[in-house]
Structures are given as C-alpha cells and as structure tokens.
Design a binder for this molecule. Structure first.
Ligand SMILES: Nc1nc2c(ncn2[C@@H]2O[C@H](COP(=O)(O)OP(=O)(O)OP(=O)(O)O)[C@@H](O)[C@H]2O)c(=O)[nH]1
Ligand SMILES: [Mg+2]
Length: 326
C-alpha cells in the first residue's frame, strides 16, 4: 500500500512509520524522492523515524570513479541474499546534477536484484539539495533504517569532503583501489588509511595487483605505528568483482569488522557519539544556511549598511549574530 505524501499530520506520520516498518518499498522510494527535492515539511517525520531507528549495520563503499564499486556491491548483495539477509543499497553520486550517467550505470549493474523483494536499490544525485548531498543521504538513511534491513550499503565516489562526510554514516567503510597505474596508492591521499576499515584491490586479475596490496599493507602498518591506540588492523582483500572472486572473503571481513566493534563497546560508543555529533553539526549548518538564504531577521539591513560603510566589519557582525543565537 503506497500512502499519500502531501501532508504530514501526526496520523500520516504514524501511518508512514507503520508502512516503513512493514517494509513498504513504494513508501520508502517516494519519501526519498521528497528528500531529494528538499521538501520542507519532512522534519517531524524524520524525527519520528530517527527515534525508532539505529539498529542496522551500515556499510560504506567508496573509491575513485569506475573502480568497480557498484559491481562489487551487487555481488556482495548476492552473497548476503544467499544467507537470507535483507539488503538496501543507497548509491550517492555527488558528481552528477542529474539522475543519469553513473547512476543509470549503477541500476544496470545491480539489475540482477531488481525483482528481489529482499533488496532495495536507490540512487541519489546532487540535484536540488540546498544543504548538500551528505545531509540528504543522511535523511535517506534515516528512512531506510526504519525499515529494518539487515544491512544498508551506501556507495559513493571517494574524492572530496562531501563524500567523506557521506562515509561518516557508515560503521564499516570499504575502500576500493585498482592496481592500474602502479603508483595509484602513493598518489592517493595519505588520509585513506583514516577512512577505510577494509581495503579492497579490485580488478585483481591485473598483474600489478599484488604490488598494490603490498603498498596498502605498508601504508596500514605505518598508520598503525602512528596510532598505536587503534585495535583494528584493516585487512586488504583482492577481488575481481565482475567474476565474484574474493567477494565472499570480503563479506567475511565485513562481519569481522562488525564483530570487532561489538567486542569493543567503548570504541563503538565513541563512533556513535562522533556520528551523532557530526549529524547535528550537519543539520545546524543546513538550518543556518536556510535562515541566511531566507534572510528573515538574521541579517538586519542597518547592520549590513554599517559593514558597507566600514563602520563595522563582516567579522564583528558574524560573531555578534552568532552570539545572539545563544
Ligand atoms: N576487469 C575488470 N573490470 C571490472 C572489475 N570490476 C568492475 N569492472 C568493470 O569496471 C567498470 C566500472 O564498474 P562500476 O561497478 O560501475 O564502477 P563504480 O566504481 O561503481 O563506478 P562509478 O559509480 O561510476 O564511480 C565496469 O565496466 C565493470 O564491468 C574487475 O574486477 N575486473
Ligand atoms: Mg557505481
């Protein structure tokens, strides 16, 4: 049963929460469309959904364009489905302003699951999200979380700040590399060892694959020397996603990483706190930006005039306005 989405009166909210709870994919898809459109009246619903969620494993999959993320995710989904797990995939494409291109490619790559009731696949592109795609992706995850999937996968191209932000929603981050180019890994940002919990060398039929694995192992060893407090050594897994090779091994490492987190309640707690803090910061940023865009009461014209006349300055005015919000 798909529900009307025009208004979110309290009864509607209850009905939507119930529909999501019951696994209604159409309701979920329509809600994510509303999120993509930055509809303003979603907050009470998202609040209710957030409070009911928080029980699901979120796996992030990231890496450069074309590295094989979608192919690998599709094969991972197949492994999980064989184990009877229900899986949702959110592919987030920060580079594309439209739902075309790579997003269409994702659909094609994952089409083997399109008739499976136990799988939900959705792509989001950066169209219309005034507050940034990471915030919209966070909202979409809140919706998916309320549907009681066993695993949620979030896939995004790993290049800039916004993608790193998206990855902060995941408890376990899988970072893909390819062996192409040989010095790929050195060229990659030094920070990758901060992001990845598991490293994958995909397209491992390439003759340079073992070399890339060794480079990654060295980087991980170095990173652990610098952070001796870390108790998880990220494994490096070779895969050939097109042929499904190494994928079961990867699924095992993902389980291992979740088990490690479960055995380290303090680390898990800190991670949850970090995530919640980041989410609040993201929303605060969004709300401030909305207020600034609407201009309502926040930037009084006479104060702007004083900045123009250099009787005041933008630094003093910004600090003063921030202080007034306390
Ligand atoms: N040779 C080889 N090709 C692969 C492998 N895995 C994926 N590919 C191919 O690499 C291309 C890109 O794969 P995708 O799965 O779309 O990569 P992606 O990282 O999701 O790409 P974006 O979402 O566009 O960033 C496709 O043509 C795949 O068939 C592999 O293990 N070996
Ligand atoms: Mg993809």
């Amino acid at each position: 049963m798909a529900l009307p989405m025009s208004a979110d009166a309290p009864t509607d909210i209850c009905a939507i929460v119930r529909a999501l709870n019951a696994g209604d994919m159409r309701t979920c898809a329509r809600l994510i469309t509303r999120i993509e459109r930055s509809e303003p009246n979603l907050v009470p619903l998202l609040q209710a959904l957030y409070r009911a969620g928080g029980h699901i494993r979120i796996v992030g999959v990231t890496g450069s364009p074309g590295v094989g993320k979608s192919t690998l995710v599709s094969k991972l989904v197949a492994v999980w489905r064989k184990r009877g797990l229900r899986v949702a995939v959110l592919a987030v494409d920060p580079s594309s302003p439209y739902s075309g291109g790579a997003v269409l490619g994702d659909r094609l790559r994952m089409k083997e699951h399109s008739c499976d009731e136990g799988v939900f696949i959705r792509s989001m592109a950066s169209r219309g999200q005034l507050g940034g795609l990471a915030k919209a992706a966070g909202d979409a995850l809140t919706v998916l979380d309320a549907m009681h999937w066993d695993v949620i996968v979030i896939e995004t191209v790993g290049v800039g700040q916004s993608e790193t932000d998206i990855m902060r929603h995941a408890s376990v981050v899988v970072l893909l590399q390819t062996p192409m180019g040989g010095d790929d890994v050195q060229a990659a940002k030094a920070g990758i060892t901060e992001i990845g919990d598991i490293f994958v060398v995909n397209k491992s039929e390439h003759p340079e694959a073992d070399h890339t694995v060794r480079q990654l192992e060295e980087m991980i060893t170095l990173a652990l020397c610098l952070h001796p407090e870390k108790t998880w050594r990220p494994p490096v897994v070779k895969t050939r996603a097109t042929h499904g090779e190494g994928v079961a091994d990867l699924a095992g490492h993902i389980d291992g990483c979740f088990a490690h987190l479960a055995a380290q309640p303090e680390t898990a707690r800190l991670q949850l706190r970090d995530r919640a803090r980041h989410r609040v910061g993201e929303l605060l940023h969004y709300m401030l930006e909305q207020r600034l865009r609407s201009g309502v009461g926040l930037l009084p014209e006479n104060l702007i005039d004083s900045v123009v006349a250099r009787a005041s300055d933008p630094y003093a005015l910004a600090a003063g306005l921030l202080a007034r919000m306390d």
